[in-house]
Design a protein around this ligand. Structure first.
Ligand SMILES: C[S@@+](CC[C@H](N)C(=O)[O-])C[C@H]1O[C@@H](n2cnc3c(N)ncnc32)[C@H](O)[C@@H]1O
Length: 205
């Protein structure tokens, strides 16, 4: 299945993110772990050794490469819209010898998803780039297994020194848009505050 991120904005963010070298320091900088708490985020996913986990907008692979260790008999599927970013991630995965990480990008606005196989689908700092999230996530919903979980982590509206400014989508808006897309909120966790909110959802149908 092919899904589209909507009208217009997909192009803008693709252009920006088609320069992976600019983003490596930002996304994989040594100070990120402090506020991103990757171990806690990954623990919250409650993965099995054979889980299938999907990283939407994987970027340079900050989460994807860490996840590979957790699902040794499963798979990490990375969807990355920007083709050069996807290429960068593909090279990183190859250099690290990770055989259970798959990078997908069609180089346009869309990604190809699974059919009801994913145990966890998540996005970190991607939601605010998606132009038509209701449509995008309605299609994403079709790829979650029964009992599967969607996690959206994105920026709060706090202005924090050293953190990027720019377009933000309040958590309440995400919850409402996800309701329209066919998801109900399961948990709102606050361990990433004040930088990011953490919302987990399950399918309503
Ligand atoms: C701010 S970066 C976050 C990268 C990564 N999730 C992280 O936390 O390090 C946003 C990424 O999402 C990608 N992206 C934006 N819209 C997307 C879409 N509709 N489908 C797939 N990737 C998308 C961008 O190309 C970019 O690499």
């Amino acid at each position: 299945m092919k899904i589209n991120s909507g009208h217009g904005g997909g192009h803008a963010s693709r252009d920006v993110f088609n320069n992976p070298e600019i983003f490596v320091d930002k996304f994989d900088g040594p100070d990120r772990d402090e506020w991103q708490k990757p171990d806690e985020v990954i623990r919250s996913f409650k993965l099995r050794d054979d889980s299938i986990v999907v990283d939407i907008g994987a970027g340079t692979g900050y989460f994807s490469v860490r996840l590979a260790e957790q699902v040794r008999n499963g798979k990490v599927i990375c969807f990355e819209q920007a083709s050069k970013m996807a290429e960068h991630l593909q090279n990183r995965v190859r250099d690290l010898g990770l055989t259970n990480v798959e990078v997908r990008s069609d180089g346009t606005d869309g990604v190809f998803l699974l059919e009801k196989q994913a145990d966890v689908i998540f996005s970190v700092d991607v939601y605010h780039h998606i132009q038509d999230p209701k449509r995008f996530f309605a299609e994403v919903a079709q790829n979650l297994s029964t009992g599967g979980v969607l996690v959206v982590i994105d920026r709060t509206e706090e202005k924090i020194e050293g953190q990027p400014t720019g377009h933000r989508v309040p958590a309440e808006k995400v919850i409402e848009e996800m309701r329209v897309a066919g998801f109900e909120l399961v948990e709102k966790l606050d361990f990433l505050l004040p930088v990011q909110y953490y919302l987990s959802f399950k399918r309503t149908q």
